[in-house]
Design a binder for this molecule. Sequence first.
Ligand SMILES: N[C@@H](CCC(=O)N[C@@H](CS)C(=O)NCC(=O)O)C(=O)O
Length: 248
Amino acid sequence: MNLTLFKLGYSPWSERALWALDHHGLARREREYTPIFGEPGMRLKARRFKGRVTVPLLVSDDGVYQDSLEIARYADAHGSGSPLFPGLAGEVIATWNARSEEMLGAGRARLTSRIAQSKAAKKDSLKFLPGPLRGAMLPLANIGIAYITRKYKLDPTAQEADLATIRQGLIELRGALADGRRNVLGEVGFSYADITMAVSLQVVEPVAERYIELGPALRECWREPSLSQEFSDLVEWRDEIYAKHRRQ
Ligand SMILES: N[C@@H](CCC(=O)N[C@@H](CS)C(=O)NCC(=O)O)C(=O)O
């Protein structure tokens, strides 16, 4: 099977798909996506000429999978690792994934506002350019911010509501992990529910650089110091899940 994955290396949405593909040992070609400029090439390869396209996007011989959850299900059907959607857990996992989508969506709105105010973070977000060019190309970062704000209908005035959305997800995760449970689905063991919720913590306290490289300025923009402190038990849990189940 020929697989090509379009992804953004620093993005938690892409991380969910990469983790599932790695878990199942599925080899693929990876194409790093550049917002705006990378779109025509990706549309051509995926033969998707209409509608919205996002990454991660997986092109295989038998179709195009656009959404990290779909890619993870694909990996489960074609890979060799233990199932990430075991038995009848699919629906429950979809509910956790929906919760993760809300958290990441709220996080995207908050961190985009923070990047908009940080010259250093804007420079870091132009990693696809050679270092010396980044300063001169800062207007490009502003175009990118405006594009993402429009595409995902981000509302910079909803900062408090977004923070509350992330917090609510964390409260639910804490409930699932009560009484010493180390997996979101308890006795079922490691599943995609752990992946999607562990990755959601990225908008609270980014995981170590060896897993997702951000650089210091961008890293600061992804952090929610108040939540990171209040939910340090969950940050610890996320680190443990990564150490146990994610390749270095
Ligand atoms: N539900 C989708 C969300 C994907 C998503 O939001 N992707 C964003 C973040 S990586 C993206 O493609 N951003 C770049 C762009 O829109 O150009 C998934 O889980 O795959």
